[in-house]
Design a protein around this ligand. Structure first.
Ligand code: ZN
Length: 260
């Protein structure tokens, strides 16, 4: 891991430019609010850049990704406008160890669906309901600094089960909503060497990314998803010379092996 941690905050940046209501909440874009939250909590331990859909390669060139330790992703209206080649590039970087923090409606992003291998769909209702996020893994670094056993968001878009994801490695938060639904709202996964944190809060018409607890959890998630530093990457390779002598006689039938 490099010092400071290199973070790229990605946002499709569509709603903020097409809706006055959203622009009022996020005048500099959702990416600015997320980047500020990360800087606020990780300070000099982090160097943060942002990238958006309309930039060449959506701002996610090979060079940018090679210099990114953790990528955060927010999208909603334009998932399908993200180029498959860029999605594949991000996926390869995750396999190679880049952390990924997936926010709110990015559950339906191409990159999250591809990494999960499922539809990642869920139930939703936009009624400004109260949400209570229960901490169900209190020793997890992602909840460090939260003072209570749960925290609340006054007005949210409801997300409910069933959330079509593979069983997470860890569930950090479970949300309860005023209308009665529940949701696995903080989940971790690993793919290759990369750590992935899905965190639910964040609908564009509510000031969720100005909430102190949400900002802390996002920053904690970024810190948690930092690469481990292990250089090994699981690329398959043939090992004709064993590390230790093998007892007995071993004949390799070369005709059975394709040339690599
Ligand atoms: Zn939403």
């Amino acid at each position: 891991m490099s010092t400071p941690l290199r973070v790229t905050v990605w946002n499709e940046y569509v709603h903020e430019r097409t809706s006055d209501a959203v622009a009022k909440i996020y005048p500099q874009g959702i990416h600015s609010a997320v980047a500020d939250a990360i800087r606020q909590h990780l300070g000099s331990g982090v160097s943060v850049r942002t990238a958006t859909l309309d930039e060449p390669d959506h701002g996610l060139t090979e060079e940018v990704l090679a210099a990114t330790d953790v990528l955060t992703w927010w999208g909603h209206a334009a998932h399908e406008r993200v180029e498959d080649a860029v999605v594949e590039r991000v996926q390869r970087r995750v396999w190679a160890g880049m952390g990924l923090v997936v926010l709110h409606s990015a559950h339906n992003s191409k990159i999250f669906r591809r990494l999960m291998g499922t539809s990642c769909m869920l139930r939703w209702r936009e009624a400004g309901e109260r949400e209570r996020l229960w901490i169900v893994d209190p020793s997890h670094p992602i909840v460090a600094g939260l003072e209570d056993e749960c925290f609340e968001l006054e007005h949210t878009e409801m997300y409910g089960e069933f959330f079509d994801i593979p069983p997470p490695d860890e569930i950090v938060f479970i949300s309860w909503f005023e209308g009665g639904e529940v949701f696995r709202s903080g989940c971790t996964f690993r793919r290759g060497k990369g750590k992935i944190f899905y965190f639910r809060p964040g609908h564009e018409t509510f000031p969720i990314y100005h909430d102190a607890n949400v900002r802390r959890v996002i920053a904690n998630g970024v810190a948690w998803a930092a690469p481990t530093g292990c250089r090994y990457f699981g690329e398959g390779r043939n090992i004709p010379e064993p590390l230790s002598p093998i007892a007995g006689e071993h004949v390799v039938d070369e005709s059975l092996h394709r040339a690599k």
